[in-house]
Design a protein around this ligand. Structure first.
Ligand code: AN7
Length: 347
């Protein structure tokens, strides 16, 4: 079942909305076995969004945005992207026979995300400049031409993405104490907060979580309180200097009593490798930013040890292996037999 079928009554869909799905959503909430123990946290979970059909959480919002765009008669979809949005939009366009045009910052997105958009048959434009410039350009174009803008400024994207909050509450039986996630264009933190509030209002949860957002230090406009002209980080998914949903992020933070803080690239890569090596969960660098922040919050004594904490792993590690390979030992090159192999392995 996809997210529209599963959460229909909470979504802006009706009888004239076409049925679209790639069986997205319903991703696992994996309990931590080792990191939680090491940190002294009894109830640590990872919401593994990398298991969505295109490998990131973007599929949740895209399926709703695509269904609504088709309902409105659109047949050309367009977005700017740091990679995952473009992969997701291209997949749903392929599935529904629509045209996909994606604009990515030239040379700035992970190869595997680019390969997804190309394989799904999108027209890909690599635009000189950063993501913020690409988004500005696409918004300008969409205001003048008959194309459906599929970035998270499209309100249906946020509607679909809020279903991840519903799933967490459905599985835990209540909202967690902390929800920690990466913040780039800030659509997802906006969406989760809406989802938690709606479920709370509907009596499905007795409490609301504190919303904690992680930005990368070189791309931390919300933490700094002003846009970053030339954002820099190894986590290319969140290399964004002027988030479209800025207001949504600060509201989520302030209304929930949460925080948005920055972590360094070194902290991100070391959290990524620890997550993979001690939990068996490979997430892309952007998705490791919230875990890096959790390490710091625990170190600073800011997380209650018996709190229920959910870290959102927004995208699969397979999206951007190049970034991750910099922080692990390369394979051992060997020409030899079992004896030489055993010697090299010190068995
Ligand atoms: C893995 O694909 O902005 O704060 O164009 O791919 O909702 O933007 C991706 C963002 C976190 C940040 N983790 O979410 C895009 C894009 C991953 C991401 C984010 C992104 P938002």
């Amino acid at each position: 079942m996809g997210v529209i079928a599963r959460y229909r009554e909470h979504l802006p869909v009706g009888p004239s909305t076409p049925e679209v799905d790639l069986k997205e959503g319903s991703t696992p909430l994996v309990p931590s076995l080792n990191i939680g123990k090491a940190l002294g946290l009894e109830h640590l979970y990872f919401k593994y969004e990398g298991l969505n059909p295109t490998g990131s959480f973007k599929d949740r919002g895209m399926v709703v945005a695509v269904a609504k765009a088709l309902e409105a008669g659109h047949r050309v979809f367009m977005c700017a992207s740091t990679g995952n949005t473009s992969a997701s939009m291209a997949a749903y366009a392929a599935r529904t026979g629509a045209r996909a045009i994606v604009v990515v910052p030239s040379g700035e997105i992970a190869l595997n995300k680019l390969s997804q958009a190309l394989m799904y048959g999108a027209k890909v434009v690599a635009l000189k400049g950063n993501f913020d410039h690409a988004l500005e350009t696409v918004r300008d174009l969409a205001s003048r031409y008959p194309v459906a803008l599929m970035n998270s400024v499209n309100p249906h994207r946020i509607e679909g993405q809020k279903t991840a909050a519903f799933e967490i509450v459905d599985e835990l039986g209540d909202a967690p104490d902390y929800l920690i996630l990466p913040v780039g264009n800030a659509g997802n933190i906006t969406a989760y907060w809406r989802g938690f509030r709606q479920y709370h209002a509907a009596g499905r949860a007795t409490r609301l979580p504190r919303m904690v957002g992680a930005q990368a230090e070189g791309a931390a406009p919300i933490v700094n309180g002003s846009p970053v002209a030339d954002p820099k980080t190894v986590a290319s998914a969140i290399k964004i200097g002027n988030p479209a949903s800025w207001e949504g992020a600060t509201s989520a933070r302030d209304e929930s009593g949460g925080a948005i803080s920055a972590v360094t690239d070194i902290e991100i890569l070391s959290a990524q490798i620890r997550l993979a090596g001690s939990e068996g969960l490979f997430a892309e660098p952007a998705s490791a930013a919230p875990l890096a922040l959790l390490f710091r919050l625990v170190r600073d004594g800011k997380i209650d040890k018996d709190a229920v904490t959910v870290v959102v792993l927004t995208g699969s590690g397979l999206k951007d292996p190049e970034a991750s390979l910099k922080s692990v030992e390369p394979p051992i090159e060997l020409d030899g037999d079992a004896r030489t192999l055993a010697k090299v392995l010190k068995l």
